[in-house]
Write a protein that binds this ligand. Structure first.
Ligand SMILES: [Zn+2]
Length: 307
């Protein structure tokens, strides 16, 4: 009988649930939409029940990947886009619902990094930093072939590494965080403040840059440089080589990757052990969040079926 995890991917617009087996095959995928849904948990509980009743294998636990903020010590989440879930005790809820204690919660960027390591651009390496550059900037770290989650479960919080101590105020309270220069929405805001008048999306900004718009090119170059400094600082601390980058911003092609590669090389050129950073675009598209969530359970040391 095959073993599988129940994977729960809590995103900005929907919560996806599916079964993922040990060969990482995704089956029975369901989506519950978040917007103005007063019965979000009830619907998720009903889908979970349905998946359990299919009973064509043994469940080994529930893996959750969630948009932040996360309160990992209590297993609660407060995803920015789900206002009805503030301090929502999702781990406890799944423990009650499924009668298993094997419920693992990871941040969404960490889950994506985990999936890239096992199945995507990070296959074959032992150490990897995975970054997601999108509305925010998050990450996940793999050391010695294992996901390193940190003592509170929040390793690798790169979006709020400051790279400029007198820089722009960040929503987190610090100044000059990587995210204040390099996230998609921040690049759009900065471009707007310099007179760029496009649709308010990074896709539109990238399109303008491709068309040769000087402001768009300048802002993307600065954003890529900010991320490059964050990456080079990280590699200098970790002494690893492979960096995998995914997320919406990273999917805009050369207009983003050319300045990013240039600045990483430029920032890293002074120190031998940092100078050979291997930057790779993420490879997984569909279901990466689901697989990453499931890996929290499938990749754990304990593999006994719980029921
Ligand atoms: Zn910050």
């Amino acid at each position: 009988m095959s073993q599988y995890a129940l994977a729960v991917d809590v995103g900005a617009t929907k919560v996806a649930l599916a079964k993922v087996d040990r060969s990482f095959e995704v089956t029975s995928k369901h989506e519950v939409f978040v917007k103005e849904n007063d019965f979000l948990w009830e619907e998720i509980a009903a889908v979970t029940q349905e998946l359990f009743e299919e009973a064509d294998g043994s469940f080994i636990g529930v893996g959750i990947g969630s948009a932040g903020p996360l309160h990992l010590s209590t297993g609660a989440i407060s995803p920015v886009n789900i206002p009805v879930w503030r301090g929502f005790p999702i781990v406890e809820k799944f423990v009650e619902l499924t009668e298993t204690r094997n419920v693992v919660l990871h941040g969404d960027a960490m889950a994506l990094a985990h999936a890239e390591f096992r199945l995507g651009a990070g296959r074959g390496v032992s150490n990897m930093l995975g970054l997601v550059v999108s509305t925010g900037i998050g990450g996940g770290l793999v050391l010695n072939d294992e996901l390193y989650i940190g003592e509170s479960g929040n390793a690798y919080f790169i979006g709020h590494h400051t790279i400029n101590f007198d820089g722009i105020d960040c929503a987190c309270g610090r100044r000059g965080c990587v995210e204040t220069y390099a996230s998609g929405p921040r690049m759009v805001e900065i471009a707007n403040s310099r007179g760029w008048k496009g649709e308010a999306s990074f896709i539109a900004l990238a399109e303008s840059a491709r068309g040769g718009d000087a402001t768009a090119l300048e802002v993307i170059d600065e954003g890529a440089r900010a991320l490059a400094i964050g990456i080079v600082n990280s590699i200098g601390s970790l002494d690893i080589q492979t960096v995998v980058i995914g997320g919406g911003v990273s999917q805009s092609g050369d207009v983003y990757w050319n300045p990013l590669r240039y600045h990483v090389k430029n920032e890293a050129r002074f120190t031998d052990f940092i100078s050979n950073i291997d930057l790779r675009p993420a490879q997984l598209q569909r279901d990466a969040g689901i697989v990453g969530a499931a890996l929290g359970v499938l990749d754990a040391h304990s593999t006994e079926p719980v029921f």
